[in-house]
Design a protein around this ligand. Sequence first.
Ligand code: UT7
Length: 323
Amino acid sequence: MKRSVIIGCGSYLPEKAMKNAEFEEFIDTSDEWIVQRTGIQQRHIAAKGETTADLAEAAARRALDAANVTPDDLDLIILATSTPNNTFPATAVEVQHRLGMRHGAAFDTQAVCSGFVFALTTADQYIRSGQSKRVLVIGAETFSRILDWEDRTTCVLFGDGAGAVVLEAQDGIGEASDRGILTCHLRSDGCHKEKLYVDGGPSSTQTVGFLRMEGKEVFRHAVGMITDVIEDAYSATGKGSEDLDWFVPHQANKRIIDASAKKLKIDPSKVVTTVHLHGNTSAASIPLALDTAVKDGRIKPGHLVMFEAMGGGFTWGSVLVRM
Ligand code: UT7
């Protein structure tokens, strides 16, 4: 059977790093509160005129280099974002153009913070059905553009960034010892819309809108939803927490990450946490964390890695992959 093997990854953060203390100048908050409640120490903010496509392109080029392939070798680009350059066309198409790719196809997916997991799952379907040989999957966001900078309950939490992976079709034997994506589990439930949404859009208000969140409510649901889809991955593969080499969760809040790992009995030493460095970058957070742990040598070929995410919608999902 065909497996979707990650043959390279890359990431990009805008140059400007904004420390927690900078918020103290214009809202009623403190470095201490932000670190204690979230683990976040800083986030990166895109420069004036720097767009989601810019971040995505930079991460994509690094992933292509790491995979030692060129855009000619790709047949599909899937870009996960909730902060596209334009309402249309898809930001993926702009990235396709910038990479000089005139063949194949490119499209965006939108599942907010679960976007990368949804995009990876979609790419895996294309590869396993034989429709694609190599797929570039990108998560890229400029959440700083949709924040209400006067709302202390949200503006301290998010940041800008991008991460990308190149997936390649390789033959496997259909066992959990195969390299590549072993199983994917996606969920959504629209009844939770009001807990995390953007209060604008082309069809409703003809404005871009601002992010609105009932943080406590999101937090209350997060751990249960995350652990459910991870248990689905264990059931599908016969694997368990003890078999994981690494847990690479969506980076929203260190308390959610720690509570999920604890509930699943995943050893803290196996958890990749980068939220302190870039805050919640939504669809970009998993590939940013993955790239960090690949580059610093923690994640190696053959390692069993669990990705999970939960976000607006609500949407949530898990992907179990052998590197
Ligand atoms: O990617 C998925 C999307 N998002 C998430 O996963 C976020 C999920 N939620 C969270 O991470 C947490 O709920 C937050 C970090 C947003 C908030 O932490 P919390 O422990 O749930 O705090 P809280 O909302 O219960 O607020 C506690 C207090 C409140 O004051 P009162 O009502 O007790 O007087 C807030 O007004 O903290 C206040 N507060 C702040 N204080 C200083 C809220 N934001 C701030 C702030 N600085 N930035």
